[in-house]
Design a protein around this ligand. Structure first.
Ligand code: SF4
Ligand code: FE
Length: 478
């Protein structure tokens, strides 16, 4: 298992093409725009070597029997699924943001299940090929970007009906030695500081969309791959200072890209689906359920920090014991623990798949993420309510540091006499960072937009059974 330094060294060896704000990023490890995201992902490597978290972050490989990082593990029990959630909450508490590596973990687990099924029903040999790849991932402790979301073009049209055929990633050539793919993937969390991306389909497909049914692994710096780094709320502050950034070490959310695949060659050993369109929907749903499971882990870790910062702000403002503030903090705790409950439940109710690995309860996993699309907003709203307008009108860090203005800021932003003004400012900036803009939009759309969960809830629930229960008590004959 790599440690933090080895992970950073491994990233230095890669040469991905990344554009950001009109320039090229030469080193993701050193560039101030990407470094915080690297730090956050590095936590998944660092903690694997911390004896305190060994039980959560280290697992035993089902393929080799060796110790591996849980972020490369194929879940072997419901206990593994529960540990995943606990691990994500714990890391969220330490970073206060997204640490990105779960998307790849979920894509790997989904691919393991789906390739097994495709092989069984179609006589292909993707699973064996994937298991070999999986061993490579485990042995080298790779960070994989799970690359599902296509750019999608006109949302009313299927891939093949689009005016531009490249709006969904597709196979443009089948060769003796592999395939060539073209298209683009959007919202690619952790892409710039991953080693490889695992491409999978984004939607259900019909026979006319065979070429869009493609899954494969591609190094982030393969010829033809271009990344365009996404802008986040207040990200320019990273270039200016430390206090104003709020969470300078780890930034907000995952550092997403638009990743363009310009006729990228993929050798057969790394192709895990090639035309089996009938399995695209199941593939998407399996990946999505695993990823929706996570949000009651990582987002609750983030919520723990928001709740802590809010309680601290109440204290810094001098009002920790006012009853309405306590009530609001209780509400925040209730919301956070409810998200966590759902994650634990969908894990504990998981089951063994035909491939031998474990999969979450899909219905419950979808409740997790749907709750997040509301609860993270409500938690943030309550945080703003308690912290006060201070978090929206604070002066610049530069003015706080300038001799002409610092005494005024010190004097007029003092509140609780036991708390230095700088602490109050720092805590307010942390809250501003964690509860606004990009961070909230990620809680809404990460792992799928809310409508996708509603569709799944309707499909997965047994309404006929519920109607029968009601008819029986109402004494209504069928
Ligand atoms: Fe992992 Fe959460 Fe980030 Fe998704 S949003 S990659 S689950 S930390
Ligand atoms: Fe996410």
């Amino acid at each position: 298992m790599m440690n933090k330094e080895q992970y950073l060294a491994s990233l230095r060896k890669l040469k991905p093409v990344i554009y950001c704000n009109g320039r090229k990023i030469e080193s993701v490890v050193d560039d101030p725009m990407t470094r915080p995201h690297v730090n956050s992902a590095a936590m998944t490597y660092e903690l694997a070597h911390d004896p305190e978290y060994n039980d959560l972050v280290v697992a035993t490989s089902s393929l080799t029997g060796r110790e591996i990082n849980r972020f490369t593990h194929l879940h072997q029990s419901t206990d593994d699924l529960v540990k995943k959630v606990k691990m994500l909450r714990m890391i969220g508490q330490k970073t206060g943001t997204c640490f990105q590596r779960c998307v790849g973990l979920d894509a790997l687990n989904a691919t393991y299940i789906v390739t097994h099924k495709v092989d069984k029903e179609c006589g292909t040999s993707y699973h064996e090929r994937f298991v070999k790849y999986m061993q490579e991932v485990q042995e080298q402790d790779l960070m994989i970007a799970g690359s599902m979301t296509d750019v999608k073009g006109d949302r009313s049209k299927k891939p093949g009906q689009q005016a531009d055929p490249d709006l969904f990633v597709h196979i443009v050539e089948r060769r003796d030695d592999g395939i060539v793919v073209r298209g683009a993937k959007a919202h690619q969390t952790g892409m710039v500081n991953s080693h490889e991306m695992l491409i999978l389909p984004t939607t259900n497909l019909g026979p006319e969309d065979k070429d869009y049914a493609v899954a494969c692994a591609i190094p982030v710096d393969a010829p033809g791959v271009v990344h365009i780094f996404g802008r986040q709320t207040n990200d320019g502050r990273r270039l200016q200072g430390d206090i104003d950034t709020g969470n300078a070490e780890y930034a907000i959310v995952g550092g997403e890209t638009l990743t363009v695949l310009n006729d990228v060659f993929v050798p057969w050993e790394r192709v895990f689906m090639c035309g089996e369109y009938q399995y695209a929907q199941e593939y998407v749903e399996t990946f999505a359920a695993y990823h929706r499971q996570n949000y009651g882990g990582c987002k609750v870790g983030v919520a723990d920090v928001i709740i802590g910062a809010t309680a601290a702000m109440a204290e810094y403002n001098g009002v920790p014991n006012v009853s309405h503030i306590k009530d609001k903090l209780i509400e925040m705790i209730h919301l956070a623990e409810t998200m966590y409950n759902c994650s634990i439940a969908c894990s504990a109710e998981g089951h063994k798949t035909e491939a031998g690995s474990y999969y979450v309860d899909t219905l419950l996993a979808n409740t997790v993420k749907l709750n997040c699309t509301r609860f993270m907003y409500e938690i943030s709203r309550l945080a703003h309510d308690i912290a006060g307008g201070f978090i929206a009108t604070l002066p610049y860090e530069a003015d706080y540091k300038a001799p002409e203005t610092r005494p005024y800021i010190e004097k007029y932003f003092a509140a609780n006499p036991r708390i230095p003004t700088e602490h109050r400012i720092r805590m307010a900036r942390l809250l501003e960072n964690m509860t606004g803009g990009t961070a909230l939009a990620e809680s809404m759309h990460g792992a799928g937009s809310p409508q996708a969960m509603r569709v799944m809830l309707y499909r997965e629930t047994n309404l006929e059974h519920k109607k029968k229960l009601a008819r029986k008590l109402a004494k209504i004959e069928q």
